[in-house]
Design a protein around this ligand. Structure first.
Ligand code: SF4
Length: 270
């Protein structure tokens, strides 16, 4: 199957049947074409690509998360590059800035396909048996990257023991509001044995009336707790542009999404 993507991201597959944009000069023989659209603001481009690829191929369909595709079975390497795995979909929570609950519904566990980059929305919301099976799978993998996110509220001593039982490259948490600092402080205590480079933290900024100063205070606190923050400017669910686009916000997001910049201005933990 040919897979087509409106834009390249770090997760885009790179095999010979994966394409970004229009058909190239030399094309594969007739086969189904699936256009995978992740971002709502790329929907128009996805339909344009459908017209473009339909000039050559007879079965060209558009889908993906941007079309509220709830995500069925996970096929490794198909719409996301090799090494990435998704062992569950959905989430039991409904944070107001997040598209996951509306798109994928409540948490549901999938068969576990090997991979060292875990892209589940909320792995720790899965059953104890499922989480244990995922860590068993990770024992035979390269150093794990929990890029989908580990939920601070759900991290237990049992999970910490599992994390210590495997090689971990990165664990991503999140701290999207001031209230999220408290559970992160507890996580900081539980994971004090891990290095700061292993502990990453997505930080939504500018949501619900938050100002730049409040956001920076939170980002500094996340850093001081031993995590490397990654600032993400809030953008409404169907918008390509962040809600705040002033210089102040852009500079803040730039600074706090590049560890090389903010590390040089703060003391580094071992
Ligand atoms: S916990 Fe994470 S995945 Fe679940 S709704 Fe909130 S932000 Fe989305």
């Amino acid at each position: 199957m040919i897979r087509v993507f409106p834009r390249r991201t770090k997760w885009t597959p790179t095999d010979e049947l994966a394409f970004v944009g229009d058909p190239p000069l030399f094309i594969p023989p007739e086969m189904p074409v699936r256009i995978s659209c992740t971002f709502t603001w790329d929907r128009e481009e996805a339909f344009r690509l459908q017209r473009s690829w339909s000039r050559i191929y007879s079965d060209v369909q558009v889908g993906g998360p941007a079309f509220d595709d709830s995500g069925g079975e996970f096929v490794p390497g198909r719409f996301i590059k090799d090494g990435v795995t998704i062992t569950s979909r959905g989430c039991p929570f409904s944070c107001p800035w997040c598209f996951v609950p509306a798109r994928e519904g409540d948490i549901r566990e999938l068969p576990i396909i090997p991979g060292h980059i875990i892209q589940d929305n909320n792995l720790l919301a899965c059953s104890k048996e499922h989480v244990a099976a995922v860590f068993k799978m990770l024992e035979g993998q390269k150093a794990a990257v929990f890029s989908g996110g580990l939920d601070s509220k759900l991290l237990t001593p049992y999970h910490v023991k599992l994390l210590k039982s495997i090689k971990v490259k990165e664990m991503w948490f999140s701290c999207d509001t001031k209230d999220a600092l408290y559970p992160l402080e507890i996580v900081a205590n539980k994971l004090h044995d891990f290095k700061q480079n292993q502990k990453r933290c997505y930080c939504l900024i500018g949501f619900d009336g938050e100002g730049p100063e409040q956001a920076e205070k939170r980002l500094s606190r996340v850093f001081d707790l031993g995590f490397l923050p990654f600032a993400q400017l809030y953008r409404p669910l169907d918008s390509e542009k962040p809600k705040h686009n002033s210089r102040v916000w852009r500079d803040l997001a730039r600074k706090w999404s590049r560890p090389a910049i903010y590390k040089s201005r703060h003391a580094i933990r071992p």
